[in-house]
Design a protein around this ligand. Structure first.
Ligand SMILES: O=c1[nH]c(=O)n([C@H]2C[C@H](O)[C@@H](COP(=O)(O)O)O2)cc1CO
Length: 151
């Protein structure tokens, strides 16, 4: 595990509506360490749902690389507003690995966060923060990263 490495999770095949938000959150996270999954903020995804940086990789290669990165990271930050099977899977694996996890969710009348994410929060290593816009999200990240320095 590397203290400075952060694993960011965001929807890819689950839908790319929030890609620009991911990009900005990742850019803010980079002030705190190395974001292993910087590609999630890429705005280029082909018609098969493959992000430009992952074109040419098989699904198995993507999965195995991401699990290796997840093992390597100390902190996992997930933007969970856009439901994604992959993000849910990564979070489950991250819990099993004992990672420090922050989930960021933008509430709206038509969106309700899964009980399996909202209900996993424990005020300790699994946090869920509701936020309204990127600026709020960045503030939530800053406050979380500072709190980890005091652990
Ligand atoms: O091409 C990919 N590259 C990649 O790194 N992922 C990982 C990182 C994301 O946090 C997560 C997104 O899952 P999904 O594609 O099911 O929305 O899975 C997922 C895909 C496509 O499923």
């Amino acid at each position: 595990m590397n203290e400075n490495c952060i694993y960011f999770c965001g929807s890819i095949r689950g839908g790319r509506d929030d890609a620009e938000i991911y990009r900005q959150l990742i850019s803010h996270l980079q002030t705190y360490g190395k974001v292993l999954t910087e590609h999630i903020g890429s705005t280029e995804v082909n018609e098969k749902g493959i992000i430009k940086e992952d074109v040419g990789r098989t699904d198995k290669e993507i999965h195995d690389r991401d699990i290796e990165w997840l093992e390597y990271a100390k902190v996992v930050v997930a933007e969970v507003t856009q439901p994604s099977l992959g993000v849910g899977y990564e979070l489950g694996r991250a819990v099993a690995m004992g990672k420090q996890i922050l989930c960021l969710f933008r509430p709206s009348p038509d969106k309700r966060l899964s009980a399996m994410i909202e209900g996993a929060k424990n005020g300790d290593n699994f946090r869920v923060v509701h936020y309204n816009n990127v600026e709020d999200g960045c503030l939530a990240i800053s406050s979380y990263m500072k709190s980890l320095c005091n652990v």
